[in-house]
Ligand binder design. Structure first.
Ligand code: AMP
Length: 112
């Protein structure tokens, strides 16, 4: 069971910013920006590499939640960054697909 599965199952504490039947958005415990959220599917997909056609609706659903969550977090006007790390070279540390939502200040560079 991954860390995020435990968070989804509420076996580990987290600050939930948004939740529905298919995904959950939590505060990152080690924020890399003033606002740093993680959007996580409840289905345990290891990474973007593991997506199949079966996940099409889930991923579309999650992408559509991002601007809504960003709006709730006050990021719409100033902008924000969405990051997805894949595997070792991508710097992925939790093998459960998740999208970082970063903002609340000017972010440096083009990548997180
Ligand atoms: P990644 O490195 O892309 O796999 O991102 C994993 C993220 O999970 C990192 O930004 C961590 O800070 C974050 N993280 C690790 N443990 C927790 C936790 N218990 N609650 C919230 N975020 C976490």
């Amino acid at each position: 069971m991954t860390l995020f599965e435990k968070i989804i199952a509420k076996e580990l504490p987290s600050t939930v910013l948004y939740e529905d039947e298919r995904c959950i958005c939590i505060k990152d415990v080690a924020p890399q920006a003033k606002v740093h959220a993680l959007l996580i599917p409840k289905l345990a997909i290891p990474s973007l590499n593991d997506l199949t056609q079966d996940h099409q609706n889930l991923i579309a659903h999650m992408m559509l939640q991002i601007p809504k969550i960003a709006s709730d977090l006050g990021l719409s006007e100033t902008g924000y960054r969405v990051v997805n790390n894949i595997g070792q070279h991508g710097g992925q540390s939790v093998p459960h697909l998740h999208f970082h939502i970063l903002g609340g200040e000017q972010l440096s560079g083009n990548f997180a």
